[in-house]
Design a protein around this ligand. Structure first.
Ligand code: SAM
Length: 225
């Protein structure tokens, strides 16, 4: 599906949709501020939005905000979806907030600044104590080194039959490179995550490989039992 993008099939991304300008702005404004072009592709953003609609998500967790491009895609899935997104870099979070304000979604998207491993325990405590709702959909898209830890926290906070989605799990086939895993912490992180999730009795999971504007990659999708 990632081969289907906004340029090849503009009818899938109609410009008259209320969210379209906000999504375009989030991308353009992020690039204008010098952020790296590492957000999800438009087709993947739409896929995330469709996933949220399929499971009727109302509460979404994102780890790795960048300019809130994927965040705004997910928040666009329904008018009453709320997204909590974690970003380590305060300057990047400020650009994300600017894009969220432009989208008129500041009441529905909360950006929390901090290293995810520092923020997640507090968030999980809030969920456990009922101060926050459990998440229906969790999207993990930060550093790959800690992917398995992010996954474990996300599973704790995601409701039964909810979905945990981890991006960039194939990385041009690097997942399969055992030698590189010895020296590259991101490749090691991906491999550790795949092995860990495969043995995890709390979830049922699969990895899908994709090809598209952002090269050959893939994502892991787990349903919480
Ligand atoms: N989800 C975004 C999108 O598709 O528009 C892209 C996220 S980008 C690939 C990864 C983001 O995670 C970066 O903005 C980076 O600063 C952030 N990040 C990296 N390490 C992090 C950490 N330990 N905790 C929280 N955020 C982190």
């Amino acid at each position: 599906w990632t081969a289907v993008d906004a340029f090849q099939f503009p009818q899938l991304f109609p410009p008259n949709r209320p969210h379209h300008a906000a999504i375009t702005h989030a991308f353009d404004n992020s690039i204008a501020h010098g952020l790296e072009d590492i957000s999800v592709a438009p087709s993947q953003g739409k896929f995330l939005s469709i996933q949220c609609q399929i499971i009727n998500a109302k509460h979404v967790l994102e780890i790795g905000t960048l300019g809130a491009y994927s965040t705004i895609w997910m928040a666009s899935a329904a008018p009453d979806i709320k997204v909590v997104s974690l970003e380590i870099d305060p300057a990047i979070a400020e650009i994300a907030r600017e894009n969220i304000r432009f989208a008129g979604m500041e009441g529905r998207i909360e950006v929390i600044v901090g290293a995810a491993l520092d923020v997640l325990p507090t968030l999980a405590k809030d969920v456990e104590e009922g101060k926050r709702e459990k998440f229906d959909f969790s999207f993990i898209d930060a550093d790959k080194e800690n992917a398995i830890d992010y996954f474990n926290w996300a599973v704790k906070m995601t409701r039964a039959k909810g979905v945990v989605y981890v991006d960039n799990m194939v990385r041009k086939g690097l997942l399969a490179d055992v030698q590189l895993a010895k020296t590259d912490p991101n490749v090691r992180g991906i491999r550790t995550a795949v092995e860990g999730v495969g043995k995890d009795e709390r979830v049922d999971a699969c990895i899908l490989q994709t090809v598209g504007e952002k090269n050959y990659d893939g994502f892991l999708m787990a349903i919480v039992k």
